[in-house]
Design a protein around this ligand. Structure first.
Ligand code: IMP
Ligand code: MG
Length: 193
């Protein structure tokens, strides 16, 4: 990114920027305002799906002018590094009771929508007063079921993306923007680089 040196500057796997830092900041501020208006007088409980959503949730929470609370769950989906199989397993469960709460489920990216539909059903079974979904990214056109998204950051093209919480094999989560992952770069990447 212009002006900022990053440890990924010379990384051949880091492709074109899909959502830049300024766009992220502006859109998240707008979603925060919307949530602030929609939940006026209430204290929503933000439920983040680890690990991908951690950075988005942190910035989103600071854009909401309400007394929010947090909880996290982690799910693992069986599948390859870049594709979900649809079989989802909870590897870290929530700590708070959802009954009667206004829950906002915060997701990093909706691809097939399988992870989300599993988590959504699971949370609904715990009796929240309301449950809405806030997804930073939606990959256009691939969802088999309508995931009923209340808040969406950006709709993006089919490329696999990294950064701002999103990883490939745990790398690149700390890129401050979202860009395309170029797998062909793996061949020329220096070890440890
Ligand atoms: P879904 O179940 O197919 O919707 O997959 C959603 C999950 O797969 C997300 O929560 C991410 O953890 C992961 N994922 C999907 N697409 C990407 C991507 O482009 N980059 C990084 N992770 C992704
Ligand atoms: Mg993931």
């Amino acid at each position: 990114m212009p002006g900022t040196a990053s440890p990924f500057d010379d990384d051949p796997c880091v492709g074109r920027v899909v959502v830049g830092e300024d766009e992220l900041r502006d859109r998240i501020a707008a979603i925060g305002k919307e949530i602030t208006a929609d939940y006026h007088g209430r204290a929503p409980l933000l439920v983040g799906v680890l690990k991908g959503a951690f950075m988005f949730m942190s910035d989103l929470a600071r854009a909401i002018d309400l007394p929010v609370e947090f909880d996290f769950m982690a799910v693992a989906s069986y599948g390859s590094a870049t594709k979900t199989s649809g079989v989802v397993r909870i590897v870290k469960d929530l700590e708070l009771d959802l009954s009667g709460r206004d829950v906002i489920l915060v997701e990093d990216i909706v691809d097939s929508g399988l992870t989300l539909s599993y988590v959504r059903k699971n949370l609904l079974a715990r009796g929240p007063a309301t449950l809405e979904i806030c997804a930073l990214l939606v990959r256009d056109g691939l969802q088999k079921h309508d995931p009923q998204l209340r808040y969406v950051g950006f709709r993006i093209p089919p490329d696999f993306v990294i950064g701002y919480g999103l990883d490939v094999a745990e790398r690149y989560r700390n890129l401050p923007y979202i860009c395309v992952y170029d797998a062909t770069g793996e061949e020329s990447r220096e070890p440890g680089g």
